[in-house]
Write a protein that binds this ligand. Structure first.
Ligand code: HGY
Ligand code: MN
Ligand code: MN
Length: 424
């Protein structure tokens, strides 16, 4: 008899769900691992939604459905309809060539709690609403938090005209998946009906791993701003154009990337990343006339974040001026820093302590759906250690059954605490 039944079941479901990927099996070289990439409303994405809904039904939820943006929503009704609901969950979409626990762990932990409550024949006084958010990573369309944003009235109708790399609009993708964009506004939750949102997530960093701790409680989520842009210079002959007469778009972006690294390194907990740098239709013997790039700038507070953004944009203009380049830049995401609700945070700390685990508080460098729900209701997050020094957004992302068992036990403690001590 396993001592980690919750953990074992979640690892198994994570492997099951990782069967679905946008990467065609035919594209995977013999003997290589199939990259896990599940972007918004692709066939693989919709297969994930179907699996999650089926598992929710099997776990004992009273109501299960897939909403107008593709969120998978499960409801376990409470005994007292007057009690405000608890909302929990995380996202099931992934970055490209992802790990299989980012987002998904938070959905599975909540589902495991419902399964255990059903097994015990227990009902909470309040409704427990578990959401598998359909889109958080912003990979297919230049829009993030489509899933959790819909619940707080944050779905921007202008997103419907956004096109993916194949020219398909978000509107077309939604309709092809059987969703009606006109039905999205109705997904907005009334904050008065909720006591708050809790998200369980892998840390995606090394802090818990180096502290030798399985769980941590988040104090705040970093604020972030993202841009996509394109630098324009002049394509010309790589052999005949003297170095002093070039307007090289790629070296302009490279100079910007080094500035971002230098500037973000100046202040603790600031991070800045140029994650994408691409010369469209580039040739080995042509000086790049165009170079696409991205910017991801984050800080523990909005003031620090905005100062970083201002300096990077000023340097971008200076580099372009020095090098005779022009550029386009589009802001694709702006999320404020989200401090955890102190009451929910303390309850999570008590729940972690109840498992016999020392309580470690830490900020989140990664963005999460909780920062979107933060716009409408109190929120807090429970982090779980990642193996491999917490690496994430990488197939090396790993967790273990023992930590996962503790995460479920902590969440069950949290639910019991909430049931026995209604919010003051
Ligand atoms: O980028 C992030 O912080 C998150 O993984 N979406
Ligand atoms: Mn992620
Ligand atoms: Mn995530």
């Amino acid at each position: 008899m396993s001592s980690t039944p919750f953990g074992d079941a979640i690892l198994a479901r994570s492997d099951e769900l990782a069967r679905h990927s946008d990467v065609p099996l035919a594209d995977v070289p013999a003997g290589a691992a199939r990259p896990l990439t599940v972007t918004y409303l692709t066939e693989a994405h919709r297969a994930c939604a179907a699996d999650l809904a089926a598992w929710m039904r099997d776990d004992g939820f009273d109501e299960v459905g897939i909403d107008a943006v593709g969120n998978v929503v499960g409801l376990l009704r409470g005994t007292d309809p007057a009690e405000p609901r608890l909302l929990t969950g995380s996202h099931y979409d992934t970055v490209r060539n992802a790990g299989r626990y980012d987002g998904r762990l938070g959905i599975f932990v909540a589902m495991a709690c419902v399964r255990e409550l059903a097994r015990q024949g227990r009902r909470l006084p309040f409704d427990l609403e578990v959401v598998g958010f359909a889109e958080e990573e912003g990979q297919r369309f230049a829009a993030t938090f489509i899933g959790s944003g819909a619940l707080v009235g944050g779905f921007d109708p202008a997103w419907l005209a956004l096109r993916d790399a194949d020219g398909i609009t978000l509107d077309e993708a939604m309709r092809a998946a059987g969703h009606d964009p006109a039905a999205v506004a109705a997904l907005r939750r009334d904050p008065a009906r909720y006591r708050g949102f809790i998200e369980v997530h892998i840390e995606q960093g090394p802090v818990l791993s180096r502290a030798g701790l399985p769980l941590g409680v988040v104090t705040a989520i970093n604020g972030s701003v993202r841009f996509v842009g394109e630098m324009h210079g002049m394509a010309c002959h790589a052999g005949t154009t003297p170095m002093g007469q070039r307007r090289d778009a790629a070296t302009g972006v490279a100079e910007l990337a080094l500035y971002v690294e230098r500037r973000a390194s100046q202040v603790p907990l600031l991070v800045g990343t140029v994650g994408q740098m691409h010369v469209p239709d580039g040739s080995i013997n042509v000086v790049p006339g165009r170079c696409r790039f991205s910017l991801d700038l984050r800080a523990p507070g909005d003031d620090l974040r905005d100062a970083l953004v201002a300096d990077v944009l000023a340097e971008l203009a200076a580099i372009a001026g020095r090098r005779g380049l022009t550029y386009t830049l589009q802001e694709t995401m702006r999320a404020s820093a989200a401090p955890s609700d102190p009451v929910l945070q303390r309850r999570l700390e008590r729940a972690v302590a109840a498992t016999g685990t020392p309580v470690l508080r830490l900020p989140s460098g990664a963005g999460h759906d909780a920062m979107k729900l933060h716009e409408a209701m109190p929120q807090a997050m429970l982090f779980m250690r990642g193996d491999n020094d917490g690496i994430s957004h990488n197939p090396l992302e790993a967790i273990n059954a023992a930590d996962t068992q503790l995460a479920v036990e902590a969440f069950l403690h949290f639910l019991t605490q909430l049931a026995e001590e209604p919010t003051p």
